[in-house]
Design a protein around this ligand. Structure first.
Ligand code: NAG
Ligand code: NAG
Ligand code: NAG
Length: 491
């Protein structure tokens, strides 16, 4: 017994020493597989333990602002992924981060990356976190660590921030913002509220919260979902007669789960009609691969509840197809179904092969034996349960903006999943006086969208031509909006 124990203790001790050497500040990544040459920005990756009992750790990618200015005025942004269990990599490589895929047919070689000239990291430090546990490269040693909900996710993020800032004291003084889109619309204001209440009382190193941004944010299902009806009407997807029928029969109903039969029938016709368009952006091509499965069709309906917002392509990666090839850890690969190359989600397909490549994992410092197979999103995965919990977060928006925190609420104006009309409705319901009335905002001499600002320091803006994940569709306009707002300039 003792003979066995002794060396074991010693080895545990050595493991702890080795682990703490890398956990404090993560690793600086100077080159990435698929990216030619040295990275022209500072990237650090690492893990932070958020549940000691379960051995759960969140993985992060931190990109320092490219402005070169290392001063304490540079805004610092925590980016929370959309979807209930999507990786932070989507924000990093498809939306607001400094890299993007070269979109070319996958031929078995590592997909290539290039620089994104519209990266928000040009003006801000951005910390991208794989949250909750189970998203991206975040993992738990004990299966119970994978049970997540909006509340536990937020508590983990608070803990994550506390530890991260402890290890990076040079960023304490920077103005701190939280940013997220889609489902993260629930987490962002809730986390901001927690931080503002000094969840961080015990936090030696609470960040200096200034405000937050939410894009096409899930906020309150009833509002978000019912807004699809006037939006589809305005886009010319449903008839005026159907529009009036829904208004007449569905008054006060839960559109995701209508009790009245006539309302249910009208919404069924509504679902049939809206399923003819890509709901994340009504003008885009519908992806054949993404819509061929009955599961996908069901989820793209109004009555899809919490998952319906994710129908535009995000589900495609869950459609697994055995190909019998051995992957990084000797397990079978389950690559997503192949979308047509012309489909914009083709770039999502590339990420699977990039992130599961041994070279990528070595470069990022992924711990052995933690995440066998990386997938971009795990929505509705039976093995990774998720409790939605927060029905409405309007009260947090009200509370935060009454207390001086700044808020930017933006909407890609061609999204039918969380349409701008619903978002505008809850923004108006806060009832603050207008200080800068509805007007166009411009880029390159053209209107880039429309905006209004209220006395509570909340600005609402539309992004002309953008869909559900706005920066994916209109990167220049979104970068202009972000950089003006975060630097306290008018849009
Ligand atoms: C795949 O395409 C890339 C880029 O066009 C090329 O460099 C590479 O050699 C190709 N690999 C294979 C295995 O054909
Ligand atoms: C906001 O929330 C805090 C903490 O729960 C509470 O003390 C405060 O009264 C609230 N403020 C407003 C304006 O609702
Ligand atoms: C709005 O934000 C600005 C910039 O941070 C701040 O100076 C101002 O006091 C805020 N206004 C309100 C009403 O909180």
């Amino acid at each position: 017994m003792t003979l066995v124990r002794m060396p074991c203790r010693l080895c545990c001790f050595l493991l702890v020493v080795a682990a703490s050497a890398v956990s404090g500040r993560g690793r600086v990544v100077t080159t990435l597989p698929g990216y030619e040459g040295r990275l022209p920005f500072h990237l650090e990756t690492g893990y932070v333990e958020v549940d000691e009992d379960a051995g759960a750790e969140l993985f992060y990618y931190f990109v320092r602002a490219e402005s070169g200015a290392d001063d304490s005025d540079t805004p610092f942004v925590l980016r929370i992924p959309g979807g209930q269990r999507c990786s932070a990599f989507s924000g990093l490589a498809y939306e607001i981060g400094p890299i993007m895929f070269v979109v070319e047919p996958y031929n078995g070689s590592l997909p290539r990356l290039r620089y994104n000239p519209n990266s928000w990291t040009k003006v801000a430090h951005i910390l991208f976190v794989d949250s909750p546990v189970g998203a991206g490269f975040s993992f738990s040693r004990d299966a119970k660590g994978y049970n997540a909900g909006a509340v536990s996710t937020t508590l983990h993020l608070a803990k994550f921030l506390n530890k991260w800032f402890n290890d990076h004291p040079e960023y304490h003084a920077n103005p701190f913002y939280i940013d997220g889109e889609s489902y993260a619309g629930k987490i962002v204001p809730f986390l901001a509220q927690m931080i503002s209440e000094g969840i961080g009382a015990g936090m030696k190193s609470a960040p200096r919260l200034k405000g937050y941004l939410v894009g096409n944010p899930s906020t309150e299902e009833r509002i978000d979902v019912s807004a699809r009806v006037p939006c589809a009407h305005g886009f010319g997807i449903i008839s005026h007669q159907l529009y009036e029928m829904i208004l007449g029969h569905c008054h006060g109903e839960d559109y995701s789960n209508p009790a009245k039969e006539l309302c249910g029938q009208a919404l069924k016709t509504f679902n049939d009609l809206t399923s003819e368009v890509a709901q994340g952006h009504v003008l885009q091509e519908k992806c054949v691969a993404a819509s061929s499965s009955p599961v996908l069709n069901a989820n793209s309906r109004v009555a899809g509840g919490s998952s319906s917002w994710a129908s535009d392509g995000r589900k495609i990666l869950r459609e697994e197809e055995m190909v019998g090839r051995r992957g990084v850890l000797g397990k079978l690969f389950h690559p997503p179904a192949l979308p047509p190359f012309s489909c914009r989600v083709y770039r999502y397909y590339l990420s699977y092969f990039w992130a599961n490549d041994r070279r990528t994992r070595d470069a990022l410092g992924i711990k052995e034996g933690t995440v066998d197979e990386w997938v971009r999103c795990h929505n509705d995965d039976q093995e990774l349960p998720y409790e939605s919990e927060l029905k409405s977060v309007v009260k947090y928006h009200r509370n935060l903006t009454s207390r001086g925190y700044r808020a930017m609420v933006y909407s890609g104006d061609h999204d039918l999943l969380v349409p701008h009309l619903g978002t505008q409705a809850w923004v108006r319901s806060l009832n603050f006086p207008v200080v800068d009335d509805w007007r166009a905002w411009h880029l390159g001499g053209q209107s880039a969208g429309f905006t209004i600002t209220y006395s509570n320091n909340m600005t609402f803006a539309t992004i002309k031509g953008a869909g559900h994940t706005a920066p994916e569709y209109e990167p220049e306009r979104c970068f202009a909006m972000f950089s003006r707002w975060i630097l306290n300039r008018p849009l």
